[in-house]
Design a protein around this ligand. Structure first.
Ligand code: WTA
Length: 651
């Protein structure tokens, strides 16, 4: 856990406390710690009543449920007999009161803008839903989505939900290889994509990647291509159809498919500590109840909020807190396509001022980057509309937290540091902004109904102040249901550490006041600039290169990215280390996975240090990576076995 040491030291000395501003608390959904504790106790003493009540409040159910929870560890079914539809809950339900209210305020990177009302969004979703049906998509079929951050990404997800198809969004920054691997695993028969998207002034060549992936996607029947960047669209494969042509002439109405509560809603691939990415499967009812609830409570939503979550729909944050959570609550959401610093360092702040955003939800890595760019950029803009700030994706260091609060929030906005995962579906540990006194760098307390506990490997609670492993010891509605196509992996990965209890893969501790402090991953998953990656994935990409014999990838603490990737590589006989080869290997990884996985540093080694039983000594490699940079001539082969010999008994 070398990469977490710095974090632990810095949070141990943190004792500033910021109570919620009084005016904020007065109008909040949850107004005091007493209210929070009362809810917590209610949920703990009678979870079925608590969640049953929440489920009836949050969602429209076409058919009511009788059974709140059917728990056969580690398998949960929630709101069992209920039937609902999420597109209905995100759209139709609002039309009586909010037909003309903006659902999405879109800004493209080149500066194009669209304002889409709930009424208009419903029509777009229905047309595409009908279009998908005309392509033969039926309830339960898997549909891939590989789109830039444009309104059609939300339309695509909701159209799938409307007809009971299971969407699987692949982040636009992933490569052709990563795309076909995921599409094949999901068995997707239709893919929704675009000619490209805008990022840092250039086009992300989505369609080109799809073309490269198509020969490997045998089950793929149709690819629907949206025109985003090009003047004219070239449909280079007989399986391709233009989005415009597909939706043209389709009816504006589409009867929702009333699906069972446990009907799959989406598969989202995420990195684990071993092997290829896992298809995390979420189902309808439980996921919806908890994303809707947490969006309203954690962001303390009000009818007139202009809410902006900067995540891409390719990640779980985009699913839960760009699309489903806000739309279920009928709020106005800002959607921005491009890079935070395009065309200048103040693009975000300009957007906040233009749309009078009231809530901003972003990642520590972005906050740290803005901090470095200087205060003058946010100060140029009127951001007095902001009333709440959120953080997600990695531990936020107290300095960045303070800067966020002072410079972006003008010292008046509560900051909610929200801990959760792709697997948890929704926020699990977070302040409630009208109730919880916050400490910079702490995610504070588990939400009501969430039994997040810090235990040792034997399952004993660890004393306050001491680090342990973070488990969720009771089921919750938005928990993942399985790993798609690999039910054993679900059990092995999440429920093997302590039987029946969900293991998060994170380390954590509580302080003397019971506040939770996250300490980072304890497995071989790393958070690089807020993106979750498995070191094993990067290793297998490296080993797939013709000149590489072995590779070990570890994280190194990085001021900006949180964690940087360092790859130790041994070469096959007859290959000499060179800086060209380093570049080639880095490019190779970007091609295999995506630019987000490109190693920050590659070091050649004579051999990888191994224990007597043949395990790579990762702790040693992390220490080496975290130490001073490698020697001046960074292309030479290092002999790590000398160090390994000294450390044999240590690993
Ligand atoms: C980390 C993103 C500290 C954690 C929603 C977790 C955090 C992983 C926080 C999940 C936070 C997320 N403080 N660490 N507030 N939020 N993490 O699946 O290590 O992309 O296990 O979900 O991000 O990443 P994922």
């Amino acid at each position: 856990m070398a990469e977490t040491q710095h974090e632990i030291k810095s949070v141990l000395t943190e004792n500033r406390v910021f109570p919620p501003p009084e005016a904020f608390s007065k109008q909040a959904h949850i107004r005091s710690m007493e209210d929070y504790r009362r809810l917590w106790d209610e949920a703990a003493s009678n979870p079925e009543k608590y969640w049953g009540d929440r489920a009836r409040e949050e969602l429209y159910w076409k058919e009511p449920f009788q059974t709140v929870l059917d728990w056969k560890p580690p398998h949960a079914r929630w709101f069992v007999e209920g039937r609902t539809n999420l597109a209905y809950n995100c759209l139709d339900r609002h039309l009586a009161k909010r037909r003309d209210k903006p659902a999405i305020l879109f800004e493209g990177e080149p500066g194009d803008r669209r304002r889409i009302t709930y009424g208009e969004l419903a029509v777009e979703v229905n047309r595409l839903a009908n279009g998908l049906k005309s392509l033969g998509v039926r309830k339960g079929d898997r549909v891939g989505i590989y789109l830039p951050m444009v309104p059609e990404a939300a339309v695509a997800m909701l159209a799938c939900a409307r007809i009971g198809a299971v969407h699987s969004v692949v982040f636009g920054g992933f490569s052709a290889e990563a795309l076909h691997e995921r599409m094949n695993d999901a068995g997707a028969k239709v893919l929704l994509t675009a000619d490209g998207g805008w990022r840092k002034g250039s086009v992300v060549p989505l369609q080109k990647n799809v073309e490269a992936a198509l020969p490997h996607m045998k089950a793929m029947e149709k690819v629907v291509v949206l025109r985003r960047t090009g003047e004219s669209l070239s449909l280079s494969d007989s399986r391709m159809v233009a989005w415009d042509a597909l939706v043209k002439g389709q009816s504006d109405t589409c009867e929702p498919e009333w699906v069972e509560s446990e009907h799959p809603l989406f598969i989202l691939y995420t990195s684990g500590s071993t092997g290829k990415p896992k298809g995390v499967l979420h189902t309808t009812g439980g996921y919806a109840v908890n994303t809707s609830l947490t969006t309203r409570w954690v962001f303390d939503l009000r009818e007139d909020d202009v809410y902006w979550c900067t995540a891409d729909v390719g990640w779980v944050t985009g699913h839960s807190y760009v699309v489903y959570g806000p739309l279920m609550n009928g709020v106005t959401t800002v959607l921005y396509e491009g890079a935070p610093t395009q065309p200048g360092p103040d693009r975000f702040w300009e957007i906040i001022a233009r749309y009078k955003a009231t809530i901003l939800y972003t990642a520590p890595t972005a906050i740290r980057a803005f901090m470095r760019l200087g205060d003058e950029h946010p100060r140029k803009h009127d951001m007095s509309s902001l009333r709440l700030l959120g953080s997600v994706g990695e531990p936020i260091n107290p300095e960045a937290w303070m800067w966020y609060r002072d410079v972006i929030g003008g010292g008046r906005c509560p900051v909610v540091d929200t801990w959760w995962q792709t697997e948890t579906g929704a926020i699990m540990i977070s302040p409630l902004p009208g109730a919880t006194p916050t400490k910079p760098g702490s995610a504070t307390f588990p939400l009501p109904g969430i039994h997040a506990e810090i235990l040792d490997r034997q399952g004993n609670p660890v004393p306050r102040g001491q680090g342990g492993l973070l488990f969720v010891t009771r089921p919750w509605p938005s928990m993942l249901r399985t790993v798609y196509g690999d039910p054993d992996r679900y059990v092995r990965t999440y429920f093997n550490e302590l039987p029946g209890m969900y293991f998060t893969g994170d380390g954590a501790r509580t302080d003397a006041d019971g506040y939770v402090w996250l300490m980072g991953r304890v497995d071989d998953v790393v958070n690089v600039a807020g993106h979750r990656l498995g070191t094993a994935e990067v290793e297998s990409a490296l080993v797939a290169h013709a000149r590489v014999s072995e590779a070990a990838v570890v994280g190194r603490p990085d001021e900006l990215k949180g964690t940087a990737l360092v790859a130790f590589v041994t070469l096959k006989q007859g290959n000499a280390p060179s800086s060209e080869l380093k570049k080639e290997l880095a490019t190779h990884v970007a091609k295999e996975i995506g630019a987000i996985a490109r190693p920050d540093e590659i070091r050649f080694a004579e051999a990888l240090p191994k224990t007597r039983s043949g395990k790579i000594m990762r702790r040693l490699l992390r220490d080496v990576a975290a130490g001073k940079q490698s020697s001046q001539d960074t292309t030479t082969l290092e002999d790590l076995n000398v160090l390994a010999a000294l450390r044999q008994n240590d690993e």
